[in-house]
Design a protein around this ligand. Structure first.
Ligand code: G3H
Ligand code: ZN
Length: 283
């Protein structure tokens, strides 16, 4: 099955596929071990920042090797790309999907650029995720206070409809109170499920994507899936899990110095977190 057929199935059966971001072999291994244990397909995300560290060819090679090794169906998505060059590179080298984040542009400019990308990507059977509405902040931020969502950042249902119609995107990232990073208390603000319902009415069979999945209340995730979300992106919580694994070693008096002895702790933590998320997104 290709990524499109998995997303269609998710839409039909009302579950969501997880997109898990990585920039190291250990994160990737943790994610694959989780998918292998649960026998589930996964989407792997790499942002331009993550790629600038790991390398695009390395990411593809590691995913290909891991698919074979762990017998898992996995698909690479270029996450939050703003630049056509890196998008072209990902498409040419073999990514299954690309996310063009044109949310910083006017709707007209966003439509124009997204359309060009769709034309290029579809010739090579690569899926395109567009974005309407602003999803704020970064996956490396842990907030001390309540994060304030601005009403004007939320996706306007009519904008979403027009964007889809004029660009021909496969998927759409929407802003419904979600943001990147987490609040210290571990609870993001309640998702605007009323807005999601309105967006779904206007966007038909287009795959709706929830970014900023870390920290989101479990009950909101479940409801959002019922209302049409078929892909959920997780990054910050996996980064925290990785860090906790490393910290556990280096806080010990006689800590391990050999990476091959302490990195398995990070892998284990990432695996556990990914298992928790895949189970939450499943039926
Ligand atoms: O694109 C990546 C995701 O939206 C990650 O969001 O760091 O809040 O989990 P998160
Ligand atoms: Zn995102």
């Amino acid at each position: 099955m290709n990524l499109k057929s998995y997303l269609k199935e998710a839409q039909k059966k009302q579950y969501a596929l997880g997109q898990f971001n990585f920039s190291t072999l250990e994160q990737l291994r943790g994610i694959f071990l989780a998918a292998q244990e649960l026998k589930k397909p996964i989407i792997l995300g790499t942002s331009p920042g993550e790629i600038s560290y790991l390398g695009i060819k390395e990411a593809i090679a590691l995913v290909e090797i891991s698919k074979e090794k762990y017998k898992v169906n996995a698909f690479l998505n270029l996450d939050h790309a703003k630049d056509f060059d890196i998008i072209k590179e990902a498409i040419d080298y073999g990514y299954s999907a690309v996310h063009f984040d044109g949310s910083y542009l006017t709707l007209e400019e966003n439509i124009k650029k997204t359309k060009e990308i769709v034309e290029y990507a579809h010739k090579k059977n690569v899926l395109v995720e567009g974005e309407v509405g602003a999803i704020k902040t970064e996956s490396s931020k842990i907030y001390n206070q309540k994060f304030k969502i601005n009403e004007e950042d939320l996706t306007q249902p009519e904008d979403a409809r027009r964007f889809i119609e004029e660009t021909g995107v496969d998927s759409l990232a929407i802003s419904i109170g979600n943001f990147h990073g987490i609040e210290l208390k571990g609870k993001n603000p309640k998702l605007r499920l009323d807005r999601l319902t309105e967006i779904k009415k206007k966007t038909g069979k287009t795959f709706l994507v929830l970014h900023g999945g870390s920290g989101t209340r479990k009950e909101d995730i479940k409801k959002a899936i019922k209302l049409g979300i078929v892909k959920i992106n997780i990054n910050t919580e996996l980064r925290i899990a990785y860090y906790q694994g490393l910290k556990r070693n280096f806080q010990k008096k006689n800590f391990e110095l050999a990476p091959y002895k302490y990195l398995p702790l990070a892998i284990k933590k990432v695996k556990e977190k990914t298992i928790e998320k895949i189970k939450l997104f499943s039926l």
